[in-house]
Design a protein around this ligand. Structure first.
Ligand code: BG6
Length: 300
């Protein structure tokens, strides 16, 4: 994207002091939103929230120093969107976690008021998406920066046949030290472990002391990340799925990922509202489904 394309976005969708566009890494267009409650940045590549900073707090999201910013590769950190499948694809050549995080989205609208700044993006099928996933669709993402950061991802079936998706918001939440955080809200949650294939019921607060890749069904669609050394609680609520994944790559996997700095696993945890393989969504022609997520930080 050129500087004059960015000028066009600013003229059409910008609002002085509240909503502005710039060329980000690799020329990807990035929108910056400001409200009295904080700031956030969204990359049009991937429909990907890159940063979120509520007023009076440090950054809430982790973004790897080694992330790729390259067409065809996902950004490592922020809030990737996994769609229309979560995890590996079923067919050869289908990229991990789907096509939405690897595609440039269209900007549809921006809005602001004294309290809120909002961005609406959309993604529709093209010849390229139909090669990876043979359906007509429309995907819409609303990012709303108010007292909370809220994301709504709506899938519309524009095809003549039904289709089934799995999907997730994949937020990388920044922590001061993974050893000092607990996840609350998973007590009595059924889980299945993606590493050991074991399943069971979780008891008490969750701590992370090893590679973790576990799908939970909490009793309520919410959880809280308590970071003792930051003195911060991050409350997460979600809807559109009863399930969420907790992921941390830990030492060996961290080292094996070329787009992840050594020891960065100590600074993040992913809490991912997900329609995973046992909670897929099937949409008949004309039907839609919304997956939503909201984050709110408070000091302890
Ligand atoms: C998580 C999965 O959601 O994403 C993990 O549960 C996976 O299995 C992780 O390793 C990261 O995936 P990627 O494709 O962004 O490296």
């Amino acid at each position: 994207m050129t500087d004059s394309d960015i000028d066009v976005l600013n003229k059409r969708f910008g609002a002085p002091g509240r909503i502005a566009f710039r060329r980000g890494e690799a020329g990807f267009p990035v929108a910056a939103l400001v409200s009295r409650y904080g700031t956030c940045e969204v990359s049009l590549y991937g429909g990907h929230v890159l940063s979120y900073r509520p007023t009076g707090h440090g950054p809430v999201l982790f973004l790897s120093k080694r992330s790729y910013y390259e067409q065809g590769k996902p950004i490592r950190g922020g809030i990737p969107i996994c769609w229309p499948w979560f995890g590996p694809g079923k067919e050869p050549g289908q990229p991990m976690h789907g096509l939405a995080r690897l595609t440039q989205w269209d900007l549809r609208a921006t809005e602001y008021s004294s309290d809120v700044a909002e961005l609406r993006l959309s993604l529709s099928d093209t010849e390229q998406t139909r090669r990876l996933w043979p359906f007509a669709f429309e995907l819409s993402l609303c990012v709303r920066l108010g007292q909370r950061l809220s994301l709504e991802l709506t899938t519309f079936n524009r095809d003549a046949k039904p289709f089934t998706i799995t999907q997730a918001f994949h937020p990388y939440l920044r922590v001061r030290n993974i050893q000092d955080v607990t996840v609350l809200g998973l007590d009595q949650a059924a889980f299945s472990d993606c590493l050991t294939r074991q399943s069971g019921t979780h008891v008490g607060p969750l701590t992370v002391r090893a590679e973790t890749d576990r799908l939970f069904t909490p009793l309520r669609p919410e959880c809280a990340l308590h970071d003792q050394s930051l003195g911060r609680v991050l409350a997460m609520t979600f809807s559109g799925t009863p399930q969420m994944v907790v992921w941390n790559p830990w030492i060996a996997k961290d080292k094996a990922m070329p787009d992840f700095g050594d020891d960065e696993y100590t600074s993040m945890i992913c809490l991912e509202p997900a329609n995973a393989k046992d909670s897929p969504v099937t949409l008949a022609p004309g039907e839609s489904h919304t997956l939503a997520l909201a984050l709110q930080a408070t000091l302890t």
